[in-house]
Every structure is written in structure tokens, then in C-alpha cells.
Write a new protein. Structure first.
Length: 308
């Protein structure tokens, strides 16, 4: 049940960079997922990526990047109940809120506009179409809807008991088993055409609390090349996984490799007690793939923007 605003005093401050702030943010995401019938906030993999995958690049550009691009709201008992966050420090941001304290969202949005947004031409966010309370709030502050830009697919892992067909010369392996990580990095770099995906990026990402080489899966070709990959981030408390990224080497697309890999991932998750999995898609090929895997839910994601 949502708490009343007049029940407590709330204070807010910039993210400190210390472990406590990060793990409080992480725990808020875990707790909020368990309290909601549908997702309200990020899952933990995205926060882990924000803090670890881009760490060295962001700190090199701006030593205060994290302090500038995360802001936390706490109760008088110092319990974290909401936070603002930006992954790139430019125009994109999101609000993460404990479901019992949604009255705080308006204050958080006002802070975003009056502080973080200063000097920008526009600000942009994405959230779930079914979140009508957030739609009303953002439209109250003159944000304009740009339409559906992606989907969040939810899968019940118990529905997957048989692996998808794959060429017998290819195999599926976890990074912890054998394949060489330079090969894995190069394939992801080529897949997403991003030169920043390098050894330094991988080594910091692998330090994230939710990263496990057992869940860094790949399809490996007969000559030992990583040709498709996916990474599952496990929230064991809620028995849910976020799968990100998913990709296939440009030379090996349209062979069903990513579909076989994700099916195998679902089977492994189910065997390990993870009952649900989420994947988000923002392109036609991605959505075609994720839809073909028969999700039990498909949530629309809306983009909202505010010109300043």
C-alpha cells in the first residue's frame, strides 16, 4: 500500500560513489520487483552495467560523472525510497521509485527539471505504457509522448524443456567453461559496432555483483569463434533474470543461433530455480526474435520528451 506523504520527512542528496549508496539502489530494485505485479523499475542488471560496465570510460571523461547523474531520496531513517539516474549524462534519464512511496515522484521530477536538466535542450525518458500514474505526472509537466519505442518481454522458464535446433557442429558454452574472452569481446564489438567494447570495458563489467561467467553464454563455431552471445543477470530473491545483451556476429545471422541460445538459457535458468526472465527489444529484428520465443507477457515502452 502506498504510504501517505505526511507520514515522514524525506531528504535527498547526490550519489556518493560509496558502496552503501549503490547497494541501497540495488536493493530498492529487488524489493520493488517483488512488490509489483508488473515491473515498475529497472532490474538489477541494468544498474550493475551503469556502475561497472562504463566505469572507466565515464570516470575518464568526468571524475564526477556518477555524482552528477544519480540523485537519491531517503526517509528520516535513511532508507532509500527513490532515485534519479542517467546512464549517459546527456538527455536521457529515468526515475526509480519504491512502490509504497510513489507520491515522491513529482518531487523527483521537479528536481530533475530544475537541476539536472539545466543547460540541456531537451530531456527524454522511457517507461511502461501501463503506468498511467506516471503518464499523468509527466504530461502535467508538459512532457510529450513520442509513442511506443520498445517492448519488455517476460518469459516463464518452466515452458522451455527442449532446446531449439542448432547445427551439430556448433555448441553452447558458458564463459566459465572454456571460450577465450578476447574472442567474446570482439564478437560483441562487431555486433553492436561500438569500439568502446574492449578489454577494459569487459574487465570492469565482470566486477559487477550480478555478473557471473556461468551465465555469460555463447554459441561457439567449429573453429572456436564466438558467434552468438547472451548474458543473464540473476535476482535470486525474486527468482527472475534480466537477459542483456543478446547478439549474433554479423556473419552468422539468420541461422537461428540466438534463438537456440536463449532457449538454452531459459532451460538453464529453470534448472537453477529462476522462474521468470525479461528481455527488452528496441529494433525490428530483436522484437521478431523475442516474440518468436513465446513470451507470456509483452509490455509496451513509451518514450516521453520535454523541450527546454
Amino acid at each position: 500500500m502506498e504510504r501517505e506523504k505526511n507520514e515522514m520527512k524525506v531528504h535527498h542528496t547526490h550519489y556518493s560513489g560509496y558502496k552503501k549508496d549503490f547497494f541501497d539502489m540495488r536493493n530498492l530494485l529487488i524489493e520493488s520487483y517483488g512488490k509489483c505485479d508488473k515491473p515498475l523499475n529497472w532490474l538489477i542488471g541494468r544498474l550493475d552495467n551503469w556502475r561497472f560496465a562504463a566505469f572507466t570510460v565515464m570516470i575518464r571523461k568526468d571524475p564526477q560523472f556518477y555524482q552528477k547523474n544519480a540523485h537519491l531520496w531517503r526517509t528520516e531513517n535513511n532508507d532509500l525510497i527513490g532515485f534519479f539516474i542517467s546512464e549517459n549524462g546527456r538527455e536521457y534519464f529515468e526515475l526509480q521509485i519504491h512502490p509504497e512511496y510513489r507520491f515522491l515522484e513529482e518531487e523527483m521530477l521537479k528536481w530533475t527539471i530544475e537541476n539536472w536538466a539545466q543547460g540541456k535542450n531537451q530531456i527524454i525518458t522511457i517507461f511502461y505504457k501501463y503506468d498511467t500514474a506516471r503518464i499523468r505526472l509527466f504530461e502535467k509537466y508538459n512532457f510529450e509522448c513520442q509513442g511506443v519505442v520498445g517492448f519488455d518481454y517476460r518469459y516463464d522458464t518452466k515452458n522451455y524443456t527442449k532446446g531449439a535446433d542448432i547445427d551439430s557442429n556448433f555448441c553452447i558454452e558458458a564463459f566459465s567453461q572454456s571460450y577465450e574472452y578476447e574472442n567474446r569481446i570482439e564478437t560483441e564489438r562487431l555486433t553492436f559496432s561500438r569500439d568502446s567494447l574492449n578489454r577494459e570495458w569487459f574487465e570492469t563489467k565482470a566486477l559487477a555483483p550480478g555478473y557471473s561467467s556461468d551465465w555469460d553464454l555463447a554459441v561457439v563455431s567449429p573453429d572456436g569463434q564466438v558467434v552468438a552471445f547472451c548474458l543473464a543477470w540473476l535476482d535470486k530473491k525474486n527468482k527472475v533474470a534480466e537477459i542483456d545483451p543478446v547478439g549474433t556476429h554479423p556473419d552468422y545471422r539468420k541461422r537461428g543461433l540466438a534463438k537456440a541460445l536463449l532457449t538454452d538459457c531459459f532451460i538453464r535458468l529453470n534448472r537453477n530455480g529462476i522462474t521468470k526472465a525479461h528481455i527488452q527489444g528496441f529494433s525490428e529484428p530483436a522484437n521478431r526474435l523475442y516474440g518468436s520465443l513465446m513470451p507470456v507477457e509483452k509490455y509496451e515502452l513509451l518514450k516521453y520528451s520535454l523541450k527546454l
